[in-house]
Design a protein around this ligand. Structure first.
Ligand code: ATP
Ligand code: MG
Ligand code: MG
Ligand code: MG
Length: 565
């Protein structure tokens, strides 16, 4: 690629709302441009990086035996009614109508669509196990989109869904995916940890998040300094060893029962203004009541979202630290699940719960649906919630607990039969008996990875790409191309030779002065820079500098090719 024919548009100033390094640098480098809140255009430069990530993800998925397909992003309401998620998914679900007034959503995830596909396509145990994946645009109407593509509303996800006759088979594929994810993030040069994540109300036996370690991360993770133990804070803390499960068949009360209270009633009960209610609810735990309904920017449900939108100032919400200080525990999530009968519950329509018990579940409430919620709901006595602090002994008895911040770039989940049961997806087994399939789901935030990588690898001058993610591996910078035909010809010939060797190279033939040209190449993070100048050519050398080198050095053509492989 010749930069003179490319659209490279670096800028000096970025908007004040760009808080984190990756967002600032992506804007400065001209990788993304904001269209509207949470909606970004990937420029030609940004897209090159995005495609690199996509490529690594695709290669490793295929290598792990998954098969690629592509599902529509627009999904009919009827499918979501089958799992109950049309209502339960909450405000993140963007609902749309066509000209015939038929309702659809823009897919935030694809369990319903793939389960529908599977129930139509798969007939026999002989076809299983199968693992389908796609790399596709998702839309989630995030309550507070921020950090650029890190928490966008429209974003690129790789999502995979596996189908099995037995839970053992699911466990095997889960392990294969775990390993594939580890390879993907390693190839992308990311410092990451796979952390144990809570399966919450969904039941199932395992879930792991892949967290890129970064101070700007929205998630807290706890890990042992002497063993592989690592868990996200919700798992480590809220549902620690004291978790109780109601006895099978125990009566649980849904929140849409007479115990439900309007926000006005809660407000009156607490004697606070409506604007203060959420905050008060959140910090009330110090007095024995607790309701942890808002965690960071996590979506709760539509009513809550509407309620939050009415608040005059969102900053009135308790911060995670405030909640921690007031309740001695971290904000988790309480979704619209049931509590054992007889437990005093005050519930506002926005799913805030004041109770002596909390229920564990997925923060986005996506897993409170289907047939199994009564069976899988777990309740924990607030008094039993154990606060995990740094220095605690690790639960596996090895080493002590340390904390780190993380960016969730991947999430794998053993779904069990939740969706297959709700949607009637089964295959015939060896005896000719219909068996509900077991499912796993495996997500990777392809676009989020780009931002996460920048968070980990940048300096004052810009981004620092690994070869695996760089828009180009090598930049050939031409000094004074317009007036020096010898230099131009030498640069062109070097560029051609590198291309012949399969080295992805960009030729900076824009005719910029060395200062601004080098600044651009550093900003966009090209791993290897080669300068072709008249002076260098006289000495038979090129000037080479790796993005991470302190100094440039002169190298011969052969040395250069050896360096660049
Ligand atoms: P988060 O906790 O950050 O909201 P999530 O748990 O809701 O993420 P999943 O449903 O597990 O996300 O989706 C799989 C992956 O998609 C996540 O691990 C993350 O990398 C990515 N992802 C989710 N939401 C967004 C978003 N708003 N913008 C960019 N990537 C996202
Ligand atoms: Mg989310
Ligand atoms: Mg999450
Ligand atoms: Mg997740």
């Amino acid at each position: 690629m010749r930069l003179s024919q490319f659209h490279l548009a670096t800028v000096k100033e970025v908007p004040a709302d760009a808080e984190v390094a990756s967002h600032k640098l992506m804007l400065r480098a001209g990788m993304i441009r904001k269209l509207a809140s949470g909606l970004y255009t990937w420029t030609p430069l940004g897209l090159r990086v995005l495609r690199k990530v996509e490529g690594v993800v695709r290669e490793e998925m295929v290598r792990a035996g998954a098969v690629e397909m592509l599902m529509p992003s627009v999904q009919p309401r009827e499918l979501w009614e089958e799992t109950g998620r049309w209502e339960k998914f909450g405000g993140q679900l963007l609902k749309i109508k066509d000209r015939k007034e038929q309702e659809f959503c823009y897919g935030p995830t694809h369990e319903e669509v793939i389960t529908d596909f599977a129930r139509n396509e798969l007939k026999s145990y002989k076809q299983l196990p199968l693992n389908f994946f796609q790399i596709q645009t998702k839309f989630r109407d995030e309550i507070r989109p921020r950090f650029g593509v890190m928490r966008a509303r429209e974003f690129l996800m790789k999502d995979a869904y596996s189908f099995h006759v037995t839970p053992e088979s699911l466990g095997e594929t889960y392990k294969v995916m775990y390993d594939a994810y580890s390879r993907i993030f390693t190839r992308l040069g990311l410092e990451f940890r796979a952390v144990d994540a809570d399966t919450g109300a969904i039941g199932g036996s395992a879930s792991h998040e892949f967290q890129v370690i970064a101070d700007s991360g929205e998630d807290a993770i706890a890990f042992s300094d002497a063993s592989p133990y690592a868990a996200n804070i919700e798992k480590a803390e809220a549902l620690a060893p004291t978790t109780e499960r109601p006895a099978p068949g125990a009566a649980l009360t849904r929140v849409d029962t007479p115990t439900q209270r309007t926000i006005e009633e809660v407000t009156a009960h607490l004697g606070v203004s409506a604007a203060q209610t959420v905050k008060t609810i959140l910090v009330r735990g110090a007095e024995g009541l607790v309701a942890l309904c808002v965690r960071g920017d996590h979506e709760v449900n539509e009513v809550k979202a509407a309620h939050l939108a009415e608040l005059p100032d969102e900053s009135e919400l308790a911060t995670e630290e405030e909640i921690l200080a007031a309740t001695g525990t971290r904000p988790g999530f309480i979704g619209p699940v049931g509590l054992p009968e007889g437990i005093p519950v005050i519930v506002d329509r926005s799913a805030a719960v004041l109770a002596d018990f909390v229920c564990g579940g997925n923060q986005d409430g996506t897993h409170y649906t289907g047939a199994n919620w009564e069976r899988d709901a777990r309740v924990t006595r607030v008094a039993d919630i154990r606060k995990v602090v740094e220095g605690d002994p690790s639960p596996d008895g090895q080493g002590t607990i340390r904390f780190a911040r993380g960016i969730e770039v991947g999430h794998i989940f053993q779904l069990g039969q939740k969706y297959a049961e709700a949607m009637g997806a089964g295959v015939l087994d060896e005896q000719g008996k219909m068996r509900t399939m077991y499912m796993g789901c495996y997500g990777i935030g392809v676009s989020r990875i780009v931002a996460a990588a920048i968070e980990q690898r940048h300096d004052d001058n810009g981004m620092i790409w690994t070869d695996s993610m760089a828009p180009w591996r090598v930049a050939v910078c031409v000094i004074n191309p317009k007036n020096d035909p010898v230099v131009t010809e030498a640069a062109e010939s070097l560029y051609r030779d590198l291309a012949d060797r399969g080295v992805e190279t960009v030729l900076d033939d824009r005719g910029l002065r060395p200062g601004p040209m080098f600044a651009d190449m550093e900003l966009i993070g090209i791993p290897h820079r080669v300068v072709v100048s008249g002076r260098g050519l006289e000495g038979g050398t090129f000037e080479y500098r790796a993005r991470t080198d302190a100094e440039a050095r002169n190298v011969s053509r052969d040395e250069l090719f050896a360096l660049l492989g």
